[in-house]
Design a protein around this ligand. Structure first.
Ligand code: ACO
Length: 468
């Protein structure tokens, strides 16, 4: 049986097109600070008409295979997590098979997993389970989390974002799963859903989604603690993991979620809670669950008490989510990528807890353990390949009018057929895939911007779809 199964390699892609939150805030007539301090967001990436979840996935997979020197024939399972519906039947995974067909590898299991922002975690678990199972054939699993998060005009719009992340799965990994330490919470809720198939936009009950998220945090943490305590014979608390990584719709919710964990430790009388915290939290010890979610005082006190722990255990995970926005399925893994980017030199030997949330709702909290690993599957090489800093610096900030115009065009194009895109690749980095056409049969065609194209003129590397 494969040992230490987990993440061998990662790469991340987000569009170079973005809008500053303070600019959007002013344009939307929101009070100053609402998006930047209130939601805690800095910037938001979005796809223009030449990019979508398929092009972003083609870009990130191609990049991962190339940068880690992986032959496409070495992939035995490909799982995609996404909630961005392009086709109600044909999976995104099948589009991505174009990369593997070229090398003669069509023996690849896996399809798409969908449940709001949780699909990527389901895809990840499927790949890990496959490598640990009797049907594993010795090849790698590959997970792609890809989403374009867009909202109609209104209060939810600043909580959009876009990205694709590719994660290579195999044995002897520098980031391995501690699968026994895991807690899930799954229930029926109408907090965020997409019943209108003619629109890319979700229906959102914003306040309910915040409460559902926090209920899921509490419940998953309780389950994880219970399992840990049963298996290890000692209490689990915040001090038992070096870092906590959250699905990040917007940063303020991450701050509140971490503070809830401290409150949970207090209620469970965990030894990690100091005397000052105990005293300050005592007035809240008899609140019912519902009361605790409504209490602004509790929220304030726990956030204050958790501040220094948040700075140490969560802040290093927040860079990409604050800069790129909610990337739905990719959001948790973009936060995880931020941690590797910031701390790769000191992670070996440490434990990290991840919290995955998908509206509707599904949630899991799970544990990973780091080792340095061996090149190319080492923590330092993963950080070097992802090159988050350079990607963030290579972006193009749009003015709000141009952003709104882009959103309108995308609304019009969603579900459409019989159009060619501008094929304007001037804002794309070399090597990026882009959408060229959707024909009268709704078939989608993509091309890749050539690697040596420094100027951003329209350079095609030859079309990748169906002989175009
Ligand atoms: N300066 C500083 N802070 C401000 C300001 C200001 N000028 N104005 C408002 N704020 C604060 C508010 O006090 C609030 O903070 P708090 O939560 O600590 O009280 C925060 O900014 C947001 O303001 P609200 O009035 O609560 O925002 P609104 O209700 O208009 O929208 C919401 C926020 C509900 C998150 C909306 O953006 C939304 O629906 N987003 C999509 C749903 C979502 O992301 N849900 C999360 C989980 S589900 C998922 O991942 C999709």
């Amino acid at each position: 049986m494969a040992k230490n199964v987990g993440i061998l390699a990662m790469d991340i892609y987000f569009p170079t097109t973005c809008i500053k939150q303070e600019v959007l805030e002013a344009h939307d007539g929101a009070s100053k600070g609402k998006y930047t301090i209130g939601l805690g967001q800095d910037c938001m990436a979005f796809c223009t008409e030449v990019e979508d979840v398929i092009s972003m996935s083609l870009t990130v997979i191609t990049s991962l295979l190339e940068k880690y020197g992986i032959d496409p024939k070495q992939i035995g399972r490909l799982e995609v997590g996404s909630e961005t519906v392009i086709d109600k039947s044909k999976s995104i995974k099948t589009f991505l098979m174009q990369i593997f067909e070229k090398s003669g590898n069509t023996d690849i299991e896996g399809v798409d997993s969908t449940n709001a922002c949780y699909g990527g975690t389901a895809a990840l678990f499927n790949c890990v389970n496959w490598v640990e199972s009797s049907s594993w054939d010795g090849r790698y699993g590959l997970v792609v989390c890809t989403d374009s998060a867009v909202y109609a005009e209104g209060p939810a719009r600043p909580t959009g974002g876009a990205a694709a992340i590719a994660i290579l799965i195999g044995p002897d990994a520098p980031i391995s799963f501690e699968s026994r330490f895991r807690g899930s919470y799954m229930a029926h809720a109408y907090d965020f859903y997409k019943p209108n198939l003619a629109s890319e936009y979700p229906v959102v009950d914003g306040k309910l989604s915040q409460t559902c998220y926090l209920v899921a945090v509490d419940s998953c943490y309780k389950q994880l603690c219970k399992k840990y305590e049963k298996l290890e014979g000692k209490q689990f608390s915040l001090s038992d993991a070096e870092y906590f990584v959250f699905h990040s719709p917007y940063n303020k919710l991450v701050q509140k979620s971490f503070a809830r964990l401290l409150y949970n430790d207090f209620l469970r009388n965990a030894s990690s809670v100091d005397e000052v915290a105990k005293e300050k939290l005592e007035p809240f010890s008899t609140l019912s669950g519902d009361e605790s979610y409504q209490s602004r005082d509790l929220e304030k006190v726990t956030q204050q008490l958790a501040k220094s722990l948040y700075d140490a255990k969560v802040q290093p995970t927040t860079l990409v989510p604050k800069q790129v926005g909610n990337m739905y399925t990719a959001s948790l893994y973009a936060a995880f990528a931020s941690l590797i980017h910031n701390k790769h030199n000191t992670l070996a030997g440490q434990r990290v807890i991840l919290f995955s949330y998908g509206s509707g709702l599904t949630a899991t909290m799970f544990s990973l353990k780091f080792q340095e690993g061996q090149h190319p599957f080492s923590l330092s090489n993963i950080a070097a390949v992802m090159d988050v800093k350079k990607k963030l610096e290579s972006r193009n900030e749009f003015l709000p009018e141009k952003f709104v115009e882009t959103m309108k065009l995308m609304e019009h194009r969603y579900g459409g057929k019989d159009f060619v895109t501008s094929k304007d690749t001037s804002l794309l980095l070399p090597g990026t895939f882009y959408l060229t056409e959707v024909d009268s049969m709704y078939r989608r065609f993509y091309a890749q911007k050539t690697k040596d194209s420094a100027t951003g003129t329209q350079c095609e590397n030859g079309s990748i779809a169906n002989g175009h």
